[in-house]
Write a protein that binds this ligand. Structure first.
Ligand code: 5GP
Ligand code: ZN
Length: 139
């Protein structure tokens, strides 16, 4: 099946575009979490963060920053902003073309992260050291 976001890039599917450059495209999310919810996507098809080229990856954050600045200046309700990226279905990804969500936030908007039961304990130094070592070793 064709990738919806590739179809948007190609202009075969409509989208309300807000920003474009050589590597990225940004458009309004069709089912917004809040008013002004924008998606930034790479022009190349990459399913997720692991498939993104360095070039596309390096372009996404500056694009998100431009949109975040525009949202703040736009007069839309925007007391804060969350950037969010889901990678793989287990992490909540539903469209398998990499994308960054830019979600304007206001006090009491009802959106947020749900933490697992038991969250709130500071990890031990030994545990953090072991985890850090494993991540360093895997680079
Ligand atoms: P994910 O769940 O993969 O992190 O986010 C996918 C996002 O894409 C959702 O927020 C969803 O509303 C949005 N979306 C899905 N299909 C379309 C579409 O055809 N057009 C636009 N503009 N957004 C879409
Ligand atoms: Zn795609």
């Amino acid at each position: 099946m064709a990738c919806i976001f590739c179809e948007i890039i190609a202009g075969r599917m409509p989208a309300h575009r807000v920003y474009e450059d050589e590597f990225c495209l940004a458009f309004m999310d069709i089912m917004p979490i809040s008013s002004g919810h924008v998606l930034v996507i790479p022009r190349e098809h990459a399913a997720n963060i692991w498939e993104l080229s360095q070039q596309a990856s390096a372009a996404l954050l500056p694009a998100a920053q431009k949109i975040a600045t525009a949202l703040q200046k736009s007069g839309l309700p925007c007391e804060g902003i969350n950037l969010f990226m889901a990678n793989n279905a287990v992490a909540g990804q539903s469209v398998f073309h990499a994308h960054l969500h830019i979600v304007p936030r206001v006090q009491g908007d009802g959106f947020g992260l749900r933490f697992p039961p038991g969250y709130g304990q500071t990890a031990s130094n030994a545990a953090l050291q072991e985890l850090a070592q494993r991540i360093r070793a895997a680079q």
